[in-house]
Design a protein around this ligand. Structure first.
Ligand code: SF4
Length: 426
């Protein structure tokens, strides 16, 4: 059969794409390949962004053109309505393949591609028969050839795993949709579904920050390396302080590692020590500060539910009853440090946090991106290196960096960037 001049490859994720696209290019060396990321089945949106960024990165590594399709979540949900409780590989997945491949074949036609395929063919959890049926049906309807390749055979999966490890490709831990997520993870799915303002340690938001900067560095041909660690993460779900009679809500921040409150705590302030007020219910503490802002925290000695409130509310707090609500989760999660450049040989290693303080303040991606671009030459010549530290508002990234590389300690300096709270910590 004649080789197509242009092939559109639908991309589902970076893990499947990195090996599938490599093999596709080997089989079709004279064809132009366009990678097309179309995944409205990925929930929540932060997970979508993470897979998008990583797929883009995989295509950059391979030197393959990358396009993003629309995030048509509502359309996808309408199509699978009634099939929410089907298991993976069941009828919902057939609809999901149909929808993604139909959009892809239309895109292929629009771009003048003579053939289309999908990286879903690489996934061990997907049925080859289902994909073949869907692909062939679309080939007939749209007149665009469907390329069906099972690159998993003959050690393909092992080779894919090797490549994923070598290229430090991020690996997702569920198929993609919210239904599979809840079926697979049960109660633990909450961590995937809650979006946090700022970048709380161990969340998708923190992870997107790290991965985006990895792409920036790689585009400038700077070496990167990740060092992952596990820690006990703390995640606030609801936190509220209210005056009982006036119903006024008092602006507050919750101090990390505060314990949850059972139901509500309704009580009076019965003790004051320094700037801390103590409620006579469930060990609730209110810490008075000039400004409502997140500070780098020290590991707390107790886990009393603690709210930070501005001093100007003190009188109101002392003259009314207080109603406090707080729900949190504690889970073992992962974070990582990202090293950019050659820290071994560098004279200075600049440090900056990947996460934000608990009020959401921190360094923006743009700020770090500009810093990397401005310092490109010194990073390339090995003069300086950069360490982007995960979970640093808890002091963890830096501790882990020192633990792994005690001989670098003399070279560490906080990166001179606004919002780098390491300048306060070191
Ligand atoms: S389990 Fe995966 S393939 Fe099946 S519907 Fe959900 S996202 Fe689509």
């Amino acid at each position: 059969m004649e080789k197509p001049k242009k092939i559109l490859a639908h991309v589902c994720c970076a893990v499947d794409a990195i090996y599938f696209l490599k093999r596709l290019r080997e089989d079709f060396p004279n064809s132009q390949i366009v990678a097309y990321f179309y995944d409205p089945n990925i929930h929540p949106y932060e997970e979508y962004l993470l897979r998008l960024k990583e797929s883009e990165r995989a295509c950059k590594i391979l030197g393959i053109e990358f396009l993003e399709g629309p995030y048509n979540l509502e359309g996808w949900l309408k199509k699978v309505k009634g099939y929410e409780h089907f298991p993976e590989k069941g009828a919902r997945c057939v609809i999901c393949f149909d929808e993604r491949l139909e959009n892809s074949v239309k895109k292929a036609k629009e771009l003048g591609c003579e053939a289309f395929t999908t990286t879903l063919l690489m996934s061990p959890k997907k049925s080859q028969e289902q994909l073949l049926k869907v692909g062939k049906k679309l080939e007939e309807t749209y007149g665009v050839r469907y390329i069906h390749k099972d690159y998993r055979k003959g050690g393909g999966v092992q080779e894919m795993n090797r490549l994923v490890k070598e290229k430090e490709i991020w690996r997702q831990d569920y198929c993609g949709c919210m239904f599979a997520l809840f079926q697979q993870k049960g109660e633990k799915a909450f961590l995937d579904t809650v979006g946090f303002s700022g970048r709380i340690p161990g969340t998708k938001e923190e992870h997107i920050f790290i991965r985006s900067l990895k792409v920036v560095a790689e585009l400038l041909d700077l070496p990167t390396k990740e060092e992952e660690f596990t820690f006990l993460g703390w995640f606030p779900l609801i936190g509220k302080l209210q005056l009982a009679k006036s119903k006024e809500v008092i602006p507050s921040l919750v101090v990390p590692f505060s314990a949850p409150i059972r139901g509500i705590a309704k009580g009076d302030i019965v003790k004051r020590v320094g700037n801390r007020l103590y409620l006579n219910r469930q060990n609730v503490v209110i810490q008075l500060e000039e400004e409502l802002k997140g500070f780098p925290i020290e590991v707390p000695k107790t886990s009393n539910p603690t709210f930070v409130v501005e001093k100007k509310y003190e009188k109101k707090l002392l003259t009314d009853r207080i109603v406090a609500t707080l729900d949190v989760r504690v889970e073992f999660v992962k974070s990582r440090n990202l090293l950019i450049g050659n820290p071994e040989g560098a004279q200075v290693i600049y440090l900056l946090p990947a996460d934000t303080l608990f009020d959401g303040r921190g360094i923006s991606i743009k700020e770090v991106e500009d810093f990397i671009k401005n310092e490109k030459q010194r990073l390339q010549t090995g003069n300086i290196a950069l360490a982007i530290l995960g979970a640093q508002s808890y002091g963890l990234g830096f501790e882990y960096l020192k633990e792994l590389h005690p001989d670098w300690i003399e070279k560490f300096r906080p990166a001179p960037l606004e919002g780098n709270f390491l300048q306060e910590q070191l």
